[in-house]
Design a protein around this ligand. Structure first.
Ligand code: AMP
Length: 277
């Protein structure tokens, strides 16, 4: 496994790769969710590239950029085990040298949900992912359903800007009690960790109600909200039942829908989602 920290070397390595390249961009502190993307990339491609970069431009002021968990040595051991071929770990200066002044912005679908609660977040994501795509030139790139809106935004960017790669979305990997794996789960103390299961419980309730034929989206939102309300450590950012494609809030569930939510457990902000077929 090759590890590189410069764009020039990453590009030089890329020029020598003959077949398909599967690319997994991450912010590190890897868990089984990330590794599911690497496994899928490994199954689909002759070469697998992963990146580790905690991208400062996708964090807002007062968010957790400084405290975001980092453990590069452990990450490299995990990637080696999954047979990744190349790991790209650039510094902030490498990615954003002095005078950097270009941004990639996807409109509309970024205005809702995470976008409305984290202004500028998706502009940071699309800018860094566009840069990474230009550096790595992947055949395919892999994103998690865990960040459903992010996957939608990236697909839109690739389509709108005619980028020459395929995007694959990999199902959310969960702990045994349903909590979606996330690097941020490390912030939770034992009591909060227990409380955090309320996200999966609320999403499961939405799915159950929908499977029982409830199509009133507001009814589902209310049921989810009141279930979360019973957890004293939880504070809702949003609860959404939206069109799975456009992410516009639905009145009736008359098409494929996405139940999604952002909830603060203590100081930790967690997101999760479930597709309602
Ligand atoms: P991050 O390091 O949080 O930026 O995540 C890197 C990639 O891993 C993104 O495409 C995420 O959607 C994906 N990912 C994170 N957590 C999970 C999970 N529990 N299951 C599947 N994919 C995940």
């Amino acid at each position: 496994m090759e590890v590189t920290i410069t764009i020039a070397e990453m590009k030089a390595l890329r020029r020598e790769i003959p077949g398909s390249v599967g690319f997994v961009p991450t912010m590190g502190y890897l868990h089984q969710g990330h590794l599911a993307l690497v496994k899928q990339a490994r199954a689909d491609n002759s070469t697998v590239v992963a990146s580790i970069f905690v991208n400062p431009t996708q964090f807002g002021p007062g968010e957790d950029f400084d405290t975001y968990p980092r453990d590069t040595e452990r990450d490299l051991a995990l990637l080696e085990k999954e047979n990744a071929d190349i790991v790209f770990i650039p510094s902030n200066e490498e990615m954003y040298p002095e005078g950097f002044s270009s941004l990639v912005e996807v409109e509309k679908v970024t205005e809702r949900l995470e976008g409305s609660h984290r202004p500028g977040h998706f502009r940071g994501v699309t800018t860094v992912v566009a840069k990474l795509f230009n550096i790595v030139e992947p055949t395919r790139s892999y994103f998690g359903q865990k960040d459903a809106q992010q996957a939608t935004v990236i697909k839109k960017m690739v389509t709108d800007l005619n980028m020459n790669l395929e995007i694959t979305v990999v199902p959310t990997v969960r702990e045994s009690d349903g909590l979606a794996m996330s690097s941020r789960n490390i912030y939770l103390n034992p009591e909060e960790r227990q409380a955090a299961t309320v996200l999966f419980k609320a999403l499961s309730l939405a799915r159950q109600l929908q499977e029982r034929g409830k199509i009133d989206a507001e009814y589902l939102r209310q049921k989810m909200t009141s279930l979360i309300g019973k957890e004293p450590l939880a504070k809702i950012d949003y609860v959404s039942i939206a069109d799975a494609q456009t992410l516009e809030e639905l009145t009736e569930i008359d098409r494929p829908a996405l139940a999604s939510l952002a909830v603060r457990i203590g100081k930790t902000r967690l997101i999760d989602n479930m597709v309602l077929e």
